[in-house]
Design a protein around this ligand. Structure first.
Ligand code: TRP
Ligand code: ZN
Length: 465
């Protein structure tokens, strides 16, 4: 994965005399190349960090829902993409009690969400290294630019953990941007009677002295915001689908009656989506249905979406579609969020169309009938303008309308080939809107710049659907 926005290492570009001045201002710069404090995302400039990639996170957590205290240890296996005398992790609101780089104690300090680390010796470009962080505190969510909460959100019996776009750093030290995808191991200890549900496959559970430890493994690459460690009193159900996918459902008993008929549909929804988009990208699946009324949304946490209440079927279809679009094929920049939400909403329209509901054309026409003053036309979905708008109506509805306009222009055959190629060519990776536009033109043989310009970038209600 390349990072077109990444800032170059500072000293490489500054003349010697200026470097001397900077040295006086910031002694850390004197030592040499420093990893940048963000990957250059225009909406979240401090998200992620420059100078390295994380291959694997090994997270060991111990949570007490009564006191809301968390003890954590994170072991990150990383690789330097440049020489590094200093680099950052993202960590918010928790106290670091120990930190080593390749087993040597490393100097560190917190500066807002940046955990600034100075390893004892500089890391060479290409060097693999291991960061061990021990930390603790009382985690809580961050408030996003749109006012919503994300991250570690305490509930009456545990915690609802959903971290889009920013909140991964509220519960583990992370390179917190979707351009850096990693495998994960989780070892989570909670009081006996509570269940801790993370991503991927359950490797084992063990109860000892009134505490139960759950071990989970997410083998396929995952963006930090899609990790979960949701804790509560849950009813658990496990089975394997006809396609060999391991399903693990965890349901708050207070939501169980309402959730059952919807969760039951998961295998058939995944089969239907696999026919449209290509093979389901993960070896595990499932649902976490919590009771977390303060949250107000569901999230497509990888392999196992988390719902703040019993979901509707359309929501289960939506979060399942994100497993292909968002989770396997991830954003390169938050500005491109329509690549997640437009695709997930359009999947809802297709589901209705193929299951006796409205056709996608009817849904499109219903939206297109809304007056120019309607919020759906408030901004163009390909350019939401700031992090405050990434979950706005135009991203979801007009994002889906963009796909319908594409389908109308290229025909069903080319359209579904484009969706499948998008999923397969960027599987377990990242994509950009520009790459999607090029793919659509390549596979359809049509010039589509006007279509994308109109639906993704033009202000106000587009003319001529
Ligand atoms: N990505 C989620 C979905 O569409 C929604 C979501 C996550 C959200 N965080 C949010 C919506 C904050 C509103 C506010 O499935
Ligand atoms: Zn969504």
């Amino acid at each position: 994965m390349t990072h077109p926005h990444r800032r170059p290492a500072l000293l490489a570009t500054v003349p010697v005399a200026v470097a001397a001045l900077l040295t006086a201002a910031d002694p850390a710069l004197a030592a040499g190349p420093v990893g940048s404090s963000g990957v250059g995302d225009p909406y979240f400039p401090l998200a992620g960090n420059g100078g390295y990639h994380v291959d694997h996170y090994d997270l060991t957590l111990r949570y007490d829902p009564g006191s809301r205290h968390l003890d954590g240890q994170a072991v990150l296996t990383a690789r330097a993409t440049q020489r590094l005398t200093r680099f950052d992790l993202d960590l918010h609101g928790l106290k670091v009690t120990g930190l080593t780089v390749d087993r040597a104690r490393a100097e560190h300090r917190s500066d807002g969400q940046e955990l600034v680390i100075t390893p004892r010796r500089a890391l060479r470009k290409g060097q693999q290294f291991r960061i061990t962080v021990t930390y603790s505190g009382t985690p809580g969510p961050v408030t996003d630019p749109d006012g919503s909460l994300d991250g570690w959100i305490p509930t009456d019996d545990g915690a609802f953990v959903a971290a889009e776009p920013q909140g991964a750093m509220t519960w583990f030290p992370a390179n917190n941007h979707p351009t850096d995808k990693s495998s994960y191991d989780f070892t989570i200890t909670v009081p006996e009677g509570r269940t801790a549900v993370a991503n991927g496959v359950l490797l084992g559970r063990r109860t000892e002295a009134g505490k139960t430890t759950f071990r989970w493994r997410q083998a396929e690459p995952m963006a930090a915001y899609l990790a979960t460690a949701t804790i509560g009193k849950f009813q658990v159900e496990q089975f394997t689908t006809r396609d060999g996918i391991k399903v693990y459902n965890a349901v708050d008993p207070r939501e169980a009656t309402a959730a059952a008929p919807v969760l039951e549909q998961l295998p058939s929804v995944l089969e239907w989506e696999s026919r449209l988009f290509g093979p389901y990208p993960f070896r595990a699946a499932g649902s976490i249905v919590d009771r977390a009324p303060q949250v107000g949304y569901a999230l497509e946490t990888q392999t196992r979406p988390v719902y703040d209440r019993a979901p509707r079927l359309s929501t289960l279809v939506h979060e399942s579609a994100h497993q292909w679009f968002g989770d396997s094929v991830s954003l390169t920049s938050w500005k491109d969020i329509w690549l997640n939400e437009g695709f997930a909403v359009y999947t809802e329209w297709l589901y209705a169309e193929q299951h006796g509901g409205d056709s996608a054309r009817q849904t499109f026409d219903g939206l297109y009938a809304l007056p120019a003053s309607d919020p759906v036309w408030a901004f163009p979905p390909g350019d939401p303008g700031s992090g405050a708008h990434i979950f706005g109506t135009p991203v979801y509805a007009r994002g889906a309308m963009t796909l319908h306009a594409l389908r109308t222009a290229v025909g069903d055959h080319a359209f579904f080939r484009i969706l499948r190629a998008w999923a397969s060519e960027h599987r377990h990776g990242n994509g950009t809107t520009a790459q999607f536009e090029r793919l659509a033109e390549r596979l359809s043989g049509k010039e589509l710049s006007r279509l994308f310009q109109t639906w993704l970038y033009a202000r106000g209600k587009p003319n001529q659907p």
